[in-house]
Design a protein. Structure first.
Length: 348
């Protein structure tokens, strides 16, 4: 493992009967780094987290913490803080007692437990909440109590399993902003499991995308969006229109609406000449002064500050784009062009 990594997963593999849930997964997380393990349901992300936490033994592979092999250690001996999807708070205990529970199990004195629980609650914006009943808290407050309980033991790594999935959209947005701010302020190292792209992008420094037990790509959110290594990554991260083209190492030539258009492009090192150009909605725009690909608007969807349109430009190609123009209607004839290059390309 690399000496700079606080947490290192080395070829972790886990099978359940005939199903290969996690397939030789390797990932390194630096001190103070926030990494999101993202994928669809069944991709293996929660199984990976459980192996890291010690709740699931790997069939092969190792887990390293600060250069020490902890693969066979029991969960409580790893010292990780854990925030569960359903928070797992005890309704018969006060907020402060919930937060201090892990300290009591470690033999910390009552007075020190109380002081450390109060400090942990203050760190998550719940100063003075120790006497409150769990039932009196909102969903966002319960999430912060669960975070405080994980933080109070001063873990070397924080593990979070879909911690925002039970919140309504508005509360989810504000809570994930608070979560990132708290993790950043405390300079914590965290592995955050989610199926939600917005959550991953809002919280994480890097995203590790999984599919069928394998890592597809690891990188900063913008790297996965702007430079996907495969069609599977490009489809999962954001939205896109995929158009066949020929790539020469610098440009991709696509054939749309009876015309050949050359676009500056970037591609993974392994891509060949026959590719798919990845046209992102935010890289396209309507043009009214000629040029572009002429077509007919087939769909119009309101999306807050922008609208999302679909434009059929030939019998094979329907392009999706974002625009602030609210005057365009279904059935209108409009032209579309690429306004941000280079465009990503992936193997066909």
């Amino acid at each position: 493992m690399t000496g700079a990594a606080r947490l290192s997963l080395d070829k972790l593999t886990r099978r359940f009967s005939e199903k290969l849930a996690v397939d030789a997964l390797s990932l390194e997380i630096a001190s103070g780094e926030l990494v999101a393990l993202m994928g669809a349901s069944g991709s293996g992300k929660t199984t990976t987290l459980r192996m890291v936490a010690g709740y699931e033994p790997p069939d092969s592979g190792r887990v390293w913490l600060e250069g020490k092999d902890i693969t066979t250690r029991a969960p409580r001996d790893r010292g990780f803080g854990m925030v569960f999807q359903h928070y797992a708070l005890f309704p018969h205990m006060t907020v402060g007692q919930n937060v201090a529970f892990g300290l009591e199990a470690r033999g910390v004195s009552k007075s020190e437990r109380s002081a450390r629980a109060a400090a942990a609650l203050a760190n998550v914006g719940l100063e003075g909440a120790s006497p409150r009943a769990i039932q009196s808290l909102s969903g966002g407050e319960q999430q912060r109590v669960a975070l405080a309980r994980a933080l109070v033991i001063e873990p070397p790594v924080l593990l979070l399993d879909e911690p925002l999935s039970n919140l309504d959209p508005n509360l989810r947005r504000s809570t994930r902003n608070e979560l990132r701010a708290t993790l950043r302020r405390l300079h914590l190292t965290a592995l955050f499991v989610t199926h939600d792209q917005e959550d991953a992008f809002a919280v994480a420094d890097r995203v590790a995308l999984m599919q069928n037990g394998r890592l597809l790509q690891v990188g900063a959110p913008e790297e996965l969006h702007d430079n996907p290594v495969s069609r599977a990554v490009a489809e999962f991260i954001g939205r896109a229109t995929f158009v066949p083209g020929e790539y020469d190492g610098q440009k991709v030539v696509v054939h749309i609406a009876g015309a050949a258009t050359a676009l500056a492009a970037r591609a993974p090192a392994t891509v060949g000449a026959d590719v798919l150009a990845v046209l992102r909605p935010d890289a396209l725009a309507f043009v009214k002064d000629g040029g572009g690909w002429a077509g007919v608007v087939t769909d119009r969807r309101f999306a807050g500050a922008q609208l999302v349109y679909r434009v059929r430009v030939d019998e094979r190609t329907e392009i999706e784009l974002q625009s602030t123009d609210r005057n365009v209607r279904e059935g209108d004839r409009m032209s579309v062009r690429v306004v941000r290059e280079p465009v990503p390309v992936v193997a066909a």
